[in-house]
Write a protein that binds this ligand. Structure first.
Ligand SMILES: [Zn+2]
Length: 430
């Protein structure tokens, strides 16, 4: 009998890194068949259990619950709604207070970018990390994808990137292969790999560029089961070309490192809320508020992620059979391209430039980039930095842009605010 080596390797890797992965996965495959009422009861049970734990162990929440008159042992949903909403910047400043002591349990270092360059680092306990991976794998299963199957991965600021070592490794890959390049040469080199690939994941803008190239060359791979887009807004014109060339539209996975998977698109094209992991609310401006009740090692409670979403009416049913509520639309995460003289770059490249500076020099820089002309980029800095720091920024940026873009570093204290969320890249070029 032949053994599937990729499957074995995947299982061994998972067993070592995420011992509770398969328990979470089989639980999720069981609960996905629940009725809405059963799901709601399941969700509230786990939410209460989580809040009791946090209310008794987190210094910050213990104090807050006391002030609000909440008894963690008997906490109700009504009590939960009295807990103040928290923004990302508040979370950053509150970190040392609400952060849990490192336990003997296995933990994973995570990071996420702020709205203008700050980097939040925290630990994910093993069960939280495994649950998140299991949620992702359940999403794959809706498209018939087995996790060990051959895939193409375009680097990205992905929820899966959770270990420092892994981030370094990715950076290494990045520098070496420049998979985020939009140029034809690097995408062209993937052509030979495509017939073996079962699924593609990564930036929708890069997937779009790949599809355009394959269209031009008259290639239509027939073996793909799923194309998953992360981090970036998926434009309709992307979908048209991708569907034509690969036979599938790009499915969305919605989440963040701190919230875990919030929703995953099913085969019928609806984004189902991951009710077994998160409690989703929206405020009067349709801003999403997420509670991740697996975040035992770093509490994420009533957290404003910074996206506006449109929830489907409660009675909207999906043909796929899942009773999990549907997110109709996600706004606010628009990833436009930075235009060099010869190439295009995802705007998240800037995040990497400033992240590297933060990790190497421990200097947090608030920035916003503006582009009005191809090949030229203005970088506004909130703080006045030294000439040496300016050189470091130019040096770090050079690793990505080389001489393709002229950078101009300016000291500006007033960043333009658009639609609530402070963006790190603003362009007037269409
Ligand atoms: Zn569905």
């Amino acid at each position: 009998m032949y053994m599937n080596l990729s499957k074995i390797l995947f299982r061994i890797g998972a067993k070592y890194r995420n011992p509770s992965l398969w328990n979470h996965y089989s639980e999720l495959k069981k609960t996905e068949k629940y009725s809405f009422e059963e799901l709601k009861a399941y969700q509230e049970f786990h939410l209460r259990k989580y809040l009791s734990y946090v209310g008794e162990t987190s210094v910050y929440y213990k104090d807050l619950f006391q002030k609000l008159g909440i008894n963690p042992k008997t906490i109700t949903l009504k009590d939960f709604f009295n807990i103040p909403v928290i923004s990302k910047s508040e979370l950053l400043s509150r970190k040392s207070e609400s952060y849990q002591e490192k336990k003997s349990e296995k933990e994973f270092l995570c990071e996420t970018s702020g709205t203008s360059g700050e980097v939040l680092t925290f630990y994910r306990n093993e069960s939280w990390d495994s649950f998140n991976r299991a949620s992702m794998l359940r999403g794959y299963s809706w498209h018939g994808v087995k996790p060990w199957e051959s895939n193409l991965y375009f680097w990205g600021y992905n929820t899966d990137v959770s270990e420092r070592r892994k981030i370094r490794f990715l950076d290494f890959l990045l520098n070496r292969y420049r998979m985020f390049d939009y140029d034809e040469k690097s995408l062209f080199s993937l052509e030979k790999k495509l017939p073996k690939v079962k699924y593609i994941e990564g930036y929708s803008s890069v997937i779009y560029e790949l599809a355009k190239l394959m269209e031009k060359r008259g290639i239509n791979p027939k073996n793909l089961k799923m194309i998953k887009g992360t981090s970036e807004k998926i434009y309709p014109h992307y979908q048209d070309v991708v569907k034509k060339v690969f036979g599938h539209k790009i499915v969305s996975e919605y989440g963040a490192a701190e919230t875990g998977i919030i929703a995953f698109e099913c085969a019928e094209g609806n984004m189902h809320i991951n009710m077994e992991g998160v409690y989703v609310e929206t405020d009067e401006n349709n801003e999403i508020i997420v509670t991740n009740f697996h975040s035992y090692s770093f509490p994420i409670i009533r957290y404003k992620l910074g996206d506006s979403v449109i929830l489907a009416p409660g009675d909207k049913k999906c043909k796929c059979g899942l009773q999990h509520p549907i997110i109709e639309e996600i706004n606010g995460r628009i990833g436009k391209s930075i235009l060099g003289e010869n190439k295009k770059y995802p705007s998240l490249t800037l995040y990497y430039v400033f992240k590297n500076i933060y990790l190497k020099h421990k200097v947090q820089i608030n920035y916003q980039a503006h582009q009005t002309e191809k090949g030229k980029l203005d970088i506004w800095l909130k703080e006045d930095v030294s000439e040496k720091m300016k050189d470091l920024i130019l040096l770090e940026a050079y690793k990505y842009f080389e001489t393709d873009i002229d950078l101009n570093i300016l000291h500006r204290t007033n960043f333009r605010q658009k639609s609530g969320k402070l963006r790190d890249f603003i362009t007037t070029i269409d």
